[in-house]
Design a protein around this ligand. Structure first.
Ligand SMILES: Cc1ncc(C[n+]2csc(CCOP(=O)(O)OP(=O)(O)O)c2C)c(N)n1
Ligand SMILES: [Mg+2]
Length: 381
């Protein structure tokens, strides 16, 4: 189990230089070999969730739009792995696996685990009565306040003020928890993004804004959404740290996140972390065909060339935690979702998804009159 990083030097309001950070603030140095293997397992699980849903849809067993997190798994695993169970998350449409990755270290069977099961997440995707959102939506509108997960909404950047409100409550109660809120780079052009971070900066709230810069917001490239060279530069306007992480490298994401988390726990306030990555497919699967026209295929190949699973396995071999043969035992990396087979993933990962998918498929639809319930406060269960 990873200990909290205590080696981070007392930071000022600005992010450390790359050199300072790599020399003194590497939270990764406290990870055990077991932690590393768990991170790898979580990367496989996150990838398999994605490819399994894509295949289920093609087989006609699933309806509704899928927003793939393919190629962006290191951001989810790297940001969530070091959190405490009592920290909060606010994922958005690209982050469906985050709901089950939260507090996964406690193990699926821990009754006090502060994260969702894959069953619940699959039930949400299948729009069933067993879903946290009770079939109001097949993707967004899933959350659980009891487990520290803010309900996702369709409104880009709309959860940052909610995250700031929760962090404000933490501050008033003297609790050192943090709230991680996720958005794409396109969402940083929203007015509410700026208002919420401004408020968090003034009140030194423990909100960490993760920006998944996958270069595209639907059909709009990043340079038409953000005038600064890096999205992280936006942090300067609030005098908060703006860190840049290699979104293909789970350990770089982990280091930068833990730096910001430890800083926030000490009451030093919010940070923004830009994780540079590339959207593997269309905005949603309804956009795959159009995306193949508005994006150059060479750029797409380049953006997918550093698969986060391959990058991490190479590092584990270098560290002596995996042998080359172990690294090669399962190889989904570099393959398109539909090219992968179950043999590309560890059996336990395949089994976990199989069980969750069957649970979702076999769950009932809600009764039609439920549509009129829970609209007004007096109907709350
Ligand atoms: C306020 C708001 N404006 C527009 C939309 C429609 N919309 C949904 S996702 C999306 C693109 C988001 O791009 P980005 O923030 O980069 O995230 P990504 O999808 O790339 O992960 C748009 C325009 C919305 N949901 N909310
Ligand atoms: Mg984007």
């Amino acid at each position: 189990m990873a200990k909290d990083s205590t080696t981070v030097t007392e930071p000022d309001s600005q992010a450390p230089s790359t050199e300072t950070q790599s020399a003194a603030n590497r939270a990764r140095d406290l990870l055990t070999p077991e932690d590393h293997l768990e991170i790898l397992r979580q990367l496989y699980l996150t990838r398999y969730f994605d490819v399994r849903l894509i295949k289920e849809k093609r087989r006609g067993r699933l309806r509704g739009t899928l927003y793939s997190s393919h190629n962006q798994e290191a951001i989810l695993v790297g940001t969530i792995f070091g959190l405490r169970p009592t920290d909060w998350l606010s994922p958005i449409h690209r982050d469906m696996p985050a709901f089950f990755l939260k507090d996964l270290k406690s193990g699926w069977d821990d009754p006090n685990r502060m994260g969702m099961s894959i069953q619940e997440v699959c039930a949400q995707v299948w729009g069933k009565a067993t879903a946290p959102g009770r079939a109001r939506d097949n993707w967004s509108h899933i959350g659980d306040a009891e487990k520290g997960i803010i309900c996702s909404t369709s409104m880009l950047a709309g959860t940052i003020p909610v995250a700031a409100g929760i962090a404000y409550d933490f501050k008033l109660r003297g609790f050192d928890g943090v709230v991680l809120t996720y958005n794409g780079e396109g969402a940083t052009a929203q007015g509410i993004f700026h208002e919420a971070i401004n408020f968090a900066a003034i009140h030194k709230l423990g909100v960490i804004t993760i920006i998944e810069n996958n270069q595209w917001a639907y059909g709009t490239p990043v340079e038409l959404e953000c005038p600064t060279k890096d999205v992280a530069d936006r942090a300067k306007g609030y005098d908060i740290p703006g860190l840049i992480a290699d979104g293909q490298d789970v350990l770089d994401v982990y280091d930068k996140t833990m730096w910001a988390v430890e800083r926030a726990r000490r009451g030093k306030g919010p940070s923004l972390i830009e994780c540079k990555t590339f959207r593997a497919y269309g905005h949603g699967d309804h956009d795959d065909d159009r995306a193949a026209k508005y994006r150059n295929s060479d750029d797409v190949d380049k953006g997918r060339s550093r698969d986060p699973i391959a990058v991490y396995k190479a590092e584990l071999v270098r560290l002596g935690i995996l042998s080359q043969a172990e690294a090669d035992a399962y190889k989904p990396e570099g393959k398109h979702a539909i090219e992968t087979t179950d043999e590309d993933f560890p059996p336990a990962v395949v089994a976990a998804l199989k069980e969750a998918v069957e649970f979702a498929v076999n769950s009932p639809m809600p009764e039609p009159d439920e549509a009129f319930r829970w609209v007004f406060a007096e109907d709350q269960p």
